[in-house]
Design a protein around this ligand. Structure first.
Ligand code: SAM
Ligand code: SF4
Length: 330
C-alpha cells in the first residue's frame, strides 16, 4: 500500500483536522444559529474510532493533526483521545483549536497527553460584546483559560479572530496589543459562508484581510515572513515583538493551490475540501470492518482523487456550503 496521500493536482495531504464533537458551550454568531440540533450519539464516532482514524492517517504519512469541533473540550474524556493520538509515531505536530473556556480545567492533561499547540478563538476584549458575539461566552473565563494553558507549558499560543465589519473591526489593534502583551501569536480570519446564520448578512459584515492589515499597519508596520506553517495563514512580523500576525483569507488570497489538508467530521465523513461537499463515509468502513486498519487506509487512499482543485466561496453573502462550521471542524 502507498504510504503517502497525493491528490490529482499533485498536492500531498500531510495535515488532518479531526472534529471530535459538533457540540459547543458557545453559539458564535458566524458559526451557529441560536437554536441548534446536535447529532444523536449513535451517529458520532466514539473516541476509539476517532483514534483509529488518526492512526490510519499517520500510517499514511500524515504529520500534523488538529483536534477541533464544535468545542473539543466539551467532549467527555477528551484527555484520553489526546493521549492516544499524542503517542502515535510519525506525528510531528499535534494541535487543538478551542474557544478556551475549558482550558483552566483541561490544560495540564492536554499538555501531559502530548498536545503541542493551542489555538484559542477570541474576537473581542470587551466582555459585553464578547457575550453578544458568542451568545453565551464569558470573556474572563477565556482569558483565565489562556493563562492556565501558559502555566501548563503551552508556548506561542495562537489567537484566532474572525473580523466582522461593524461588529469587531474596531478592536483589531486592541487584539494585536493584547497578543503582544501576552506573548501570543494572532491570526485574523475572513468569515466564510458556511451554514445559514440568521444573525447578520455576511455581505455586509465582510472585512477583507487587506483592510485588517491596513488597520494594524497604522500602528505597527508589518513585514512579511517566509515562515510557512502547515496551515493556510500568511504571516507577518513586527520589528519590536515576537508576536506573529497571520491572515487567513479564503476570499481575498485563495490558498487552495498549496492546500495540504483534509477534514474528518465527527460523523466520520472525510471532507476533501472545506468549501465543497465531496466526502467519503469512513464511519461505514470502520463499523463494517471493526479493527481493520488496512481497509480504513484503503478507503482514505481511494478518496484522494475526490479532492477538488479549489473552493468557490464568494463574498456576496450566499450560503455556498450548507454545513455549519461546527459540523465541518474549523
Ligand atoms: N470551538 C473551537 C473554537 O471556536 O476555536 C473550535 C471550532 S471553531 C468552528 C474553529 C474556528 O472556526 C474558530 O476560530 C472560529 O472562529 C472559526 N469559524 C467559525 N465559523 C466561521 C465562519 N463562518 N467563517 C470563518 N471562521 C469561522
Ligand atoms: Fe463553538 Fe467554536 Fe463555533 Fe464558537 S466558533 S460556536 S466556540 S464551535
Amino acid at each position: 500500500m502507498t504510504h503517502t496521500l497525493i491528490d490529482d493536482f499533485g498536492r500531498r495531504v500531510s495535515y488532518v483536522r479531526l472534529s471530535v464533537t459538533d457540540r459547543c458551550d458557545f453559539r458564535c454568531v458566524y458559526c451557529m444559529s441560536e437554536e441548534m440540533t446536535f447529532l444523536p450519539r449513535a451517529q458520532v464516532l466514539t473516541l476509539e474510532e476517532i483514534g483509529q482514524v488518526a492512526r490510519a492517517f499517520t500510517e499514511l504519512g500524515v504529520e500534523k493533526i488538529r483536534l477541533t469541533g464544535g468545542e473539543p473540550l466539551v467532549r467527555r474524556n477528551i484527555g484520553e483521545l489526546v493521549s492516544a493520538i499524542g503517542a502515535l509515531p510519525g506525528l510531528k505536530d499535534f494541535a487543538m483549536t478551542t474557544n478556551g473556556a475549558g482550558l483552566r480545567r483541561h490544560a495540564e492533561a492536554l499538555k501531559s497527553g502530548g498536545l503541542r499547540r493551542l489555538n484559542v478563538s477570541l474576537d473581542s476584549l470587551d466582555a459585553e460584546r464578547f457575550r453578544r458575539l458568542t451568545r453565551t461566552g464569558d470573556l474572563a473565563k477565556v482569558i483565565d483559560g489562556i493563562h492556565a494553558a501558559q502555566d501548563a507549558g503551552f508556548h506561542r499560543i495562537k489567537l484566532n479572530a474572525v473580523v466582522l465589519k461593524g461588529r469587531n473591526d474596531d478592536e483589531v489593534i486592541d487584539l494585536v496589543e493584547f497578543a503582544r502583551r501576552e506573548r501570543l501569536d494572532i491570526s485574523f480570519i475572513e468569515e466564510m459562508p458556511l451554514g445559514d446564520v440568521s444573525d447578520h448578512s455576511r455581505a455586509e459584515t465582510y472585512c477583507s484581510s487587506d483592510e485588517v492589515r491596513e488597520l494594524i499597519e497604522s500602528r505597527h508596520p508589518l513585514t512579511a515572513t517566509t515562515e510557512a506553517t502547515a496551515g493556510p495563514s500568511r504571516y507577518f512580523r513586527m520589528a519590536d515583538s515576537d508576536t506573529r500576525v497571520g491572515f487567513i483569507s479564503p476570499h481575498s488570497h485563495n490558498f487552495c493551490a498549496s492546500c495540504n489538508r483534509v477534514r474528518v467530521t465527527v460523523e466520520g465523513r472525510l471532507l476533501l475540501c472545506l468549501g465543497n461537499e465531496h466526502s467519503v463515509d469512513l464511519r461505514a468502513v470502520i463499523r463494517r470492518y471493526p479493527g481493520d486498519g488496512e481497509r480504513l487506509k484503503a478507503a482514505i487512499v481511494d478518496a484522494m482523487p475526490l479532492k477538488p482543485e479549489r473552493h468557490t466561496f464568494t463574498t456576496d453573502g450566499d450560503v455556498q456550503v450548507v454545513r455549519f462550521m461546527n459540523m465541518t471542524g474549523g
